[in-house]
Design a protein. Sequence first.
Length: 178
Amino acid sequence: MTVPATRAECAPVTEYVTRDGVILLVRPASAEDSPALETFFDGVSDDDRRFRFLTAVRHVGADQIDALTHVDHWRTESYVAFDKATGALVASAMLACDAAMDTGEVAISIHRDYRARGLGWTLLDMVAAEAQRRGLKRVIAIEDRDNHAAIALERENGFAAHGIEGDPHLVLLEKRFA
Protein backbone atom coordinates (compact mmCIF):
# COMPACT_ATOMS: atom_id res chain seq x y z
CA MET A 1 0.00 0.00 0.00
CA THR A 2 1.27 3.49 -0.73
CA VAL A 3 0.91 6.67 1.24
CA PRO A 4 -1.85 8.89 -0.17
CA ALA A 5 -0.31 11.42 -2.57
CA THR A 6 -0.32 15.13 -1.74
CA ARG A 7 1.61 18.23 -2.62
CA ALA A 8 3.90 17.19 0.22
CA GLU A 9 5.28 14.51 -2.09
CA CYS A 10 8.40 16.64 -2.50
CA ALA A 11 9.00 15.84 1.17
CA PRO A 12 10.43 12.38 1.64
CA VAL A 13 8.43 9.53 3.09
CA THR A 14 10.43 7.75 5.75
CA GLU A 15 9.83 4.18 6.78
CA TYR A 16 10.02 3.13 10.44
CA VAL A 17 9.39 -0.25 12.04
CA THR A 18 7.89 -0.27 15.53
CA ARG A 19 8.82 -2.76 18.24
CA ASP A 20 5.62 -4.65 17.34
CA GLY A 21 6.59 -4.88 13.67
CA VAL A 22 4.19 -2.22 12.38
CA ILE A 23 5.78 -0.57 9.36
CA LEU A 24 5.05 3.15 9.39
CA LEU A 25 5.35 5.48 6.44
CA VAL A 26 5.85 8.97 7.87
CA ARG A 27 5.84 12.29 6.05
CA PRO A 28 5.05 15.95 6.73
CA ALA A 29 1.33 16.74 6.78
CA SER A 30 -0.19 19.01 4.17
CA ALA A 31 -3.55 20.72 3.61
CA GLU A 32 -4.71 17.74 1.56
CA ASP A 33 -4.47 15.62 4.74
CA SER A 34 -7.18 17.65 6.49
CA PRO A 35 -10.09 15.22 5.87
CA ALA A 36 -7.96 12.21 6.84
CA LEU A 37 -6.76 13.94 10.02
CA GLU A 38 -10.32 14.84 10.98
CA THR A 39 -11.32 11.18 10.58
CA PHE A 40 -8.17 10.07 12.38
CA PHE A 41 -8.91 12.19 15.46
CA ASP A 42 -12.43 10.73 15.55
CA GLY A 43 -10.66 7.35 15.96
CA VAL A 44 -8.60 8.52 18.93
CA SER A 45 -10.05 7.86 22.38
CA ASP A 46 -11.74 10.74 24.20
CA ASP A 47 -8.95 10.74 26.81
CA ASP A 48 -6.24 10.76 24.14
CA ARG A 49 -7.91 13.70 22.36
CA ARG A 50 -8.10 15.52 25.71
CA PHE A 51 -4.45 14.74 26.43
CA ARG A 52 -3.31 15.93 22.97
CA PHE A 53 -5.22 19.21 22.99
CA LEU A 54 -5.33 19.68 26.80
CA THR A 55 -9.06 20.31 26.59
CA ALA A 56 -12.11 18.12 26.32
CA VAL A 57 -13.21 17.98 22.69
CA ARG A 58 -15.46 15.39 21.09
CA HIS A 59 -14.43 16.36 17.58
CA VAL A 60 -11.29 18.07 16.32
CA GLY A 61 -12.54 20.84 14.08
CA ALA A 62 -11.26 22.69 11.07
CA ASP A 63 -9.33 25.34 13.05
CA GLN A 64 -7.36 22.72 14.98
CA ILE A 65 -6.75 20.64 11.84
CA ASP A 66 -5.65 23.80 10.02
CA ALA A 67 -2.98 24.36 12.67
CA LEU A 68 -1.65 20.86 11.91
CA THR A 69 -1.64 21.18 8.13
CA HIS A 70 -0.58 24.78 7.54
CA VAL A 71 2.88 25.00 9.09
CA ASP A 72 6.14 26.61 8.06
CA HIS A 73 8.00 23.24 7.96
CA TRP A 74 10.92 24.63 9.96
CA ARG A 75 9.82 26.11 13.29
CA THR A 76 6.77 23.89 13.19
CA GLU A 77 6.42 20.50 11.57
CA SER A 78 3.43 18.22 11.65
CA TYR A 79 3.77 14.58 10.63
CA VAL A 80 1.30 11.96 9.52
CA ALA A 81 2.08 8.26 9.91
CA PHE A 82 0.43 5.55 7.84
CA ASP A 83 0.37 1.80 8.36
CA LYS A 84 2.21 0.51 5.29
CA ALA A 85 0.11 -2.68 5.25
CA THR A 86 -3.29 -0.94 5.16
CA GLY A 87 -2.58 2.65 4.10
CA ALA A 88 -4.54 3.87 7.15
CA LEU A 89 -3.53 7.06 8.91
CA VAL A 90 -2.61 5.73 12.36
CA ALA A 91 -0.69 8.54 14.07
CA SER A 92 -0.04 12.26 14.11
CA ALA A 93 3.04 13.93 15.57
CA MET A 94 4.06 17.55 15.87
CA LEU A 95 7.20 19.49 16.70
CA ALA A 96 6.59 23.17 17.50
CA CYS A 97 9.73 25.22 18.18
CA ASP A 98 10.12 28.56 19.91
CA ALA A 99 11.27 31.61 17.95
CA ALA A 100 14.87 31.19 19.11
CA MET A 101 14.95 27.57 17.87
CA ASP A 102 16.08 26.57 21.35
CA THR A 103 13.12 24.48 22.53
CA GLY A 104 10.63 22.33 20.67
CA GLU A 105 7.38 20.99 22.05
CA VAL A 106 6.37 17.48 21.05
CA ALA A 107 2.79 16.20 20.74
CA ILE A 108 1.80 12.74 19.49
CA SER A 109 -1.55 11.01 18.98
CA ILE A 110 -2.07 7.35 18.17
CA HIS A 111 -5.24 5.77 16.76
CA ARG A 112 -6.91 3.65 19.44
CA ASP A 113 -6.45 0.45 17.39
CA TYR A 114 -2.66 1.00 17.32
CA ARG A 115 -1.98 1.83 20.97
CA ALA A 116 0.64 -0.22 22.84
CA ARG A 117 2.32 -1.30 19.59
CA GLY A 118 5.39 0.94 19.75
CA LEU A 119 4.15 3.81 17.61
CA GLY A 120 4.50 6.39 20.38
CA TRP A 121 8.05 5.32 21.13
CA THR A 122 9.00 5.30 17.44
CA LEU A 123 7.50 8.72 16.74
CA LEU A 124 8.96 10.26 19.90
CA ASP A 125 12.42 9.07 18.80
CA MET A 126 11.83 10.42 15.29
CA VAL A 127 10.68 13.85 16.48
CA ALA A 128 13.52 14.14 19.02
CA ALA A 129 16.05 13.25 16.30
CA GLU A 130 14.52 15.90 14.04
CA ALA A 131 14.74 18.46 16.86
CA GLN A 132 18.44 17.67 17.27
CA ARG A 133 18.96 17.94 13.50
CA ARG A 134 17.42 21.41 13.61
CA GLY A 135 19.85 22.42 16.37
CA LEU A 136 17.43 22.62 19.29
CA LYS A 137 18.84 22.35 22.80
CA ARG A 138 15.84 20.53 24.22
CA VAL A 139 12.41 19.10 23.55
CA ILE A 140 9.51 19.24 25.96
CA ALA A 141 6.12 17.65 26.29
CA ILE A 142 3.35 19.13 28.41
CA GLU A 143 1.20 16.33 29.77
CA ASP A 144 -1.92 16.04 31.87
CA ARG A 145 -0.88 14.26 35.07
CA ASP A 146 -3.49 11.59 34.28
CA ASN A 147 -1.68 10.68 31.05
CA HIS A 148 0.36 7.98 32.77
CA ALA A 149 1.24 6.12 29.56
CA ALA A 150 2.79 9.17 27.86
CA ILE A 151 4.62 10.25 31.01
CA ALA A 152 6.08 6.76 31.46
CA LEU A 153 7.09 6.57 27.79
CA GLU A 154 8.79 9.96 27.88
CA ARG A 155 10.61 9.17 31.12
CA GLU A 156 11.84 5.87 29.62
CA ASN A 157 13.06 7.93 26.66
CA GLY A 158 15.21 10.18 28.88
CA PHE A 159 12.78 12.98 29.66
CA ALA A 160 12.89 14.51 33.15
CA ALA A 161 9.58 15.48 34.77
CA HIS A 162 8.99 18.93 36.29
CA GLY A 163 5.90 20.48 37.84
CA ILE A 164 4.32 23.48 36.18
CA GLU A 165 3.96 26.33 38.63
CA GLY A 166 0.37 27.33 39.11
CA ASP A 167 -1.11 24.25 37.42
CA PRO A 168 -1.22 21.08 39.49
CA HIS A 169 -2.89 19.18 36.63
CA LEU A 170 0.02 19.44 34.20
CA VAL A 171 3.58 18.18 34.14
CA LEU A 172 6.40 19.31 31.85
CA LEU A 173 8.74 16.61 30.60
CA GLU A 174 12.06 17.75 29.20
CA LYS A 175 14.86 16.10 27.28
CA ARG A 176 18.06 18.08 26.83
CA PHE A 177 20.55 17.43 24.06
CA ALA A 178 24.31 17.52 24.57
